[in-house]
Design a protein around this ligand. Structure first.
Ligand code: FPP
Length: 236
């Protein structure tokens, strides 16, 4: 039997909600609402396929440039999603946490985040990080500042600093690096997502818009991953 390789950690850039809505004459926020249904589907898919970690890029440090109405819609949807889905996610053994500078997120959404985090903190079937006001460069900057502070206090020696020390100072310290990144919505870029952590990640780009990602489409990504040979800079 052919061995099926399963990624331990899948990261997802959920792009295409706006286009999905425009194509149907709907407002962009309708696309984001539809996108939250796909978020549920993505979690179910990960559990069904024994994926241990999932990171979802919900809101970037650059997304504040969008209209206030769209930012409000995304924040409200996140809040609504967390309040309505947390009991079921908890029953399914999902642990929810957040990465990014969440201090800038509206207080009402922060309360929903705290509720989801607290309720699900003891679960370990699928660990999910939702990236909210997250940027890869901001992540590295924040870690660098923390390391510099520790060095200034004489707690670490810059000469013996390791890559593991940097990984341990990032928002993602309790997750392994992603094995597979899925980016929907036809664009082929990283968009400032987990720049350090994606160093050896396999990247799957699909034209499918995020709201159209169903289990079959996720399965195609997994099948593609299964055929990849990961060499980490070495030779086979
Ligand atoms: C990208 O599509 C999508 C976003 C910036 C927001 C994603 C947010 C959600 C799915 C809702 C809340 C999140 C969770 C985890 C419940 P886009 O607007 O850039 O689409 P476009 O490229 O077609 O304009």
């Amino acid at each position: 039997m052919e061995e099926k390789k399963i990624p331990a950690h899948i990261a997802m850039v959920m792009d295409g909600n706006g286009r999905w809505a425009s194509q149907r004459g709907f407002s962009r926020s309708i696309g984001h609402r539809k996108g939250t249904e796909t978020v549920r589907g993505a979690m179910e898919f990960c559990i069904d396929n024994s994926v241990d970690y999932l990171t979802l890029f919900a809101f970037s440090t650059e997304n504040w440039k969008r209209s206030a109405a769209e930012v409000d819609a995304i924040m409200s949807l996140l809040r609504e999603f967390l309040y309505s889905q947390t009991p079921e996610m908890n029953e399914n053994g999902i642990k929810i946490d957040f990465i990014g500078d969440t201090s800038r997120i509206p207080a009402s959404s922060q309360r929903a985040m705290e509720y989801a985090r607290e309720t699900t903190k003891n679960n370990d079937k699928l660990k999910v990080n939702i990236a909210c006001n997250y940027g890869g460069r901001a992540d590295i900057l924040y870690a660098t500042k923390e390391i510099a502070r520790r060095a200034a206090r004489g707690l670490i020696d810059p000469e013996t600093l390791t890559e593991e020390d940097i990984s341990a100072s990032l928002y993602t310290s309790d997750f392994p690096d992603p094995d597979l990144l899925i980016r929907t919505g036809a664009e082929k870029r990283i968009s400032n997502f987990m720049l350090w952590q994606l160093a050896y990640c396999e990247i799957y780009f699909t034209d499918t818009l995020w709201p159209d990602m169903d289990k079959e489409k996720f399965a195609e990504a997994l099948k593609w991953f299964s055929g990849r040979q990961r060499r980490y800079g070495g030779v086979k």
